[in-house]
Design a binder for this molecule. Structure first.
Ligand code: ZN
Ligand code: ZN
Length: 148
């Protein structure tokens, strides 16, 4: 994060304004590919002198104050930056994500799909499996016979 800020002394405190330049890295919320983008976030926040009579008394909004002649920018930056980031970042708007069956990257293979077997055929699928096993068993038996 690079900061380009201006600090102004105003009657009530110190007015901070400027831009935070972010380099964001993360991963796509759909396909988990790493992603990287840059973003500028504008900031403006007034830090009140803690002894200032102009310090607003409402508690519903957090007020930043100058403490011991210093200001803490971290919460201001955090609020501004976090709210500017997408809740679910994606590598691209039309990212197809991962296959829900096997987890394959669908962007690389748009035709990827799985044969969804009609459950009524699943019993038959079991039979062919058994038949193939029997064939294999028969074959190894005949191999043994040939050797002897
Ligand atoms: Zn993606
Ligand atoms: Zn799949």
């Amino acid at each position: 994060m690079e900061l380009d800020l201006r600090f102004e002394s105003v009657h009530e405190g110190i007015l901070v304004s400027g831009t935070a330049h972010l380099e964001v890295t993360g991963e796509c919320g759909r396909c988990l590919e790493p992603l990287h983008f840059e973003r500028d976030v504008d900031l403006q926040e007034l830090f009140f002198y803690s002894d200032s009579e102009s310090l607003p008394v409402e508690d519903d909004e957090e007020q930043y104050t100058v403490e011991d002649d210093a200001i803490d920018l971290e919460p201001v930056l955090r609020d501004a930056v976090v709210t500017s980031l997408p809740f679910q970042p994606v590598c691209r708007e039309d990212c197809k994500g991962l296959c829900s069956e096997c987890g394959e990257q669908l962007n690389d293979d748009p035709d990827h799909h799985h044969e969804v077997l009609d459950p009524r055929w699943s019993a038959l699928a079991g039979l062919t499996g058994t038949a193939a096993e029997n064939d294999a068993a028969n074959k190894s038996e005949s191999d043994e016979r040939e050797e002897s």
